[in-house]
Design a protein around this ligand. Structure first.
Ligand code: PEP
Ligand code: MG
Length: 537
């Protein structure tokens, strides 16, 4: 039994099998091998396992997202079985006497570059598929598991997880996350909280843990490898106690979120995709305060079509049956990257080409999303929210674009909510300073404290080295919240908080004093926040 420490980003305890996700390309080193035929055999076996994995992914996708979307996994299997591709890998192993990992990585890079330079759009798009399949084979070779094809509930241990990887994991098969890198305010951490999973970062991980039993203790920030029976029993008791606490909170279900002195707060939930709705309903959220629509893009191999987006938004609106559903338009960029967007490298992506900046530049993408949102608004109580706003001018540009989209829909005879509520996120110091003017332009404000803290304190939220001073309780952040709420009320609009700080119950009383009208939190925090509101004066 061995114990390792890290930093907990979500409380709770998990006991189960560890799956090591070795997908880091940098781990591929060129080494000289002695026995080329044994190495070729290693490659063949890894390829077979990768093909099997693709087969199960195809079946899963077929059930969950339909034949058209599942077809990509068939394409991947075909590419992986391509004779030229296989010959090129084996040729390197035999003639250059190199390890299979290197041969696959090098061949993958060569092929991917070749496809990327082709004239035909279809073939160009295959460049990322080639990268994907070679990474899948490499992770089989390095003993890591293709994370998207977990066969049983598991604790995921990885160097780092990108939001696009996390979102693809099968929630029912996840017990906890443990990573070496990543920061407490990253989107991967937010996803762990949305999924209600114990999670640790900053743990010195080891490949040899793969397949062993582990315990993740999100209270003490420790992971225990190969625990003895006594320790397992001890932790099962903690799990039982947690369950009892959750049961107690259930008594708050169906109750109003009102303080002792009668202040009412709208208590909503944050989600990333329609499948999060189960926990929204289970935790009795009064609506959706933030649907991070970019996760539809992160969970996709190509731009989600208008129809795909429409059906996701419609599903959320219908499931919430008339309750408010605030959908945030695309907030890609910074740590949320997708290959098909080709956003390119930037020196400072957090301050770069992201969110509304992309949408105002790539209006084709923005208009597709607005059409889908407006069409879905006919099926429930949808509001639209725009991220990363810095000026009144941006809001006016957005209004012009959406008004054009509305004209098109009207001309086509498509129904939508004419007076749809539109708001902005306040997550830049510029938006705080301009909040008086901005409030006159929109229907509501939602304060994104994750980014607002990052930009106010000039602390990269992705940088775990700064987690100790990344303090969202900083007076500058709290004063900003107060100012924004005051300016919203002066213009007669409402203001809420949808960043992680909204769930911080040590501040619930302060937020009530500021007059915050709404709090939107990860589903698992809805009932604890309701408890804090009902106990406040
Ligand atoms: C925020 O910045 O607080 C926010 C809610 O948006 P995101 O975390 O997705 O950047
Ligand atoms: Mg943000």
């Amino acid at each position: 039994m061995e114990k390792f420490s890290g930093k907990a980003i979500f409380k709770g305890v998990a006991v189960g099998k560890i799956v090591f996700g070795a997908k880091d390309k940098q781990q591929v080193r060129r080494t000289k091998i002695e026995d080329a035929s044994a190495e070729t055999q290693r490659f063949e076996e890894a390829k077979e396992r990768a093909l099997k994995e693709l087969g199960s992914l195809y079946e899963k996708a077929l059930k969950e997202v339909g034949e058209d979307n599942a077809a990509i996994f068939e394409v991947h299997s075909m590419l992986l079985e391509d004779e030229d591709f296989n010959d090129a890998i084996k040729d390197k192993i035999v003639n250059q006497q190199v390890n299979a990992e290197y041969a696959v990585a090098k061949t993958g890079d060569d092929y991917s570059e070749m496809f990327a330079n082709m004239e035909d759009e279809y073939f160009r798009a295959r460049a990322t598929d080639i990268k994907d399949i070679s990474e899948r084979v490499i992770s089989q070779l390095t003993g890591g598991t293709g994370l998207s094809a977990l066969s049983e509930p598991s604790i995921i241990v990885a160097e780092d997880l990108a939001p696009s990887e996390t979102i693809q994991l099968d929630k029912d098969k996840l017990l906890a996350f443990v990573t070496e890198f990543g920061s407490a305010n990253s989107h991967t951490a937010i996803l762990a909280r949305t999924m209600n999973l114990p999670a640790l970062i900053g743990v010195k991980i080891d490949k040899s843990w793969n397949g062993k039993t582990g315990i993740v203790d999100g209270y003490n920030g420790t992971v225990i490898i190969d625990p003895d029976n006594e320790t397992i029993e001890e932790y099962k008791k903690i799990q039982q106690k947690d369950k009892e606490k959750r049961e107690l909170l259930k008594s708050l279900k169906g109750k109003k979120t009102v303080s002792k002195s009668g202040k009412t707060v709208h208590l909503y939930a944050n989600i990333g995709k329609p499948s999060d709705l189960g926990s929204v309903i289970e935790n009795d959220a009064e609506g959706i305060g933030l649907f991070r629509s970019e996760f539809l893009y992160l969970d996709s191999k190509d731009f989600p079509t208008e129809e795909e987006q429409f059906s996701a938004y419609k599903k959320v609106a219908e499931t919430m049956a008339g309750k408010k559903v605030i959908i945030r338009t695309l907030d890609l960029g910074a740590d949320k990257q997708v290959d098909y967007f080709n956003l390119g490298q930037e020196d400072n992506p957090a301050m770069g080409y992201r969110a509304i900046r992309i949408c105002l530049d790539r209006q084709d993408i923005f208009k597709t999303q607005l059409r889908a949102l407006l069409r879905a608004s006919a099926f429930g109580n949808i509001s639209i929210m725009y991220p990363m706003i810095i000026s009144v001018d941006e809001v006016r540009q957005i209004k012009e674009i959406i008004s054009g989209v509305m004209d098109d829909l009207r001309a086509e005879g498509v129904k939508f909510k004419e007076n749809i509520e539109q708001g902005i996120m306040i997550e830049t110091p510029a938006a705080v300073i301009m909040s008086y003017e901005l409030a006159k332009e929109v229907d509501f404000f939602s304060i994104g404290t994750n980014d607002l803290t990052q930009y106010t304190l000039a602390i990269d939220r992705q940088n775990s080295k700064l987690d100790n001073i990344n303090d969202s309780h900083h007076p500058a952040v709290l004063r900003s919240i107060k100012t924004v709420v005051e300016n919203a009320h002066k213009a007669g609009i409402w203001a809420g908080i949808c960043g992680e700080l909204g769930a911080d119950t040590s501040l619930t009383k302060t937020f009530l004093e500021y007059g915050v009208d709404e709090l939107s939190v990860s589903p698992s925090f809805v009932l604890p926040v309701r408890k804090a509101v009902t106990e406040a004066d």
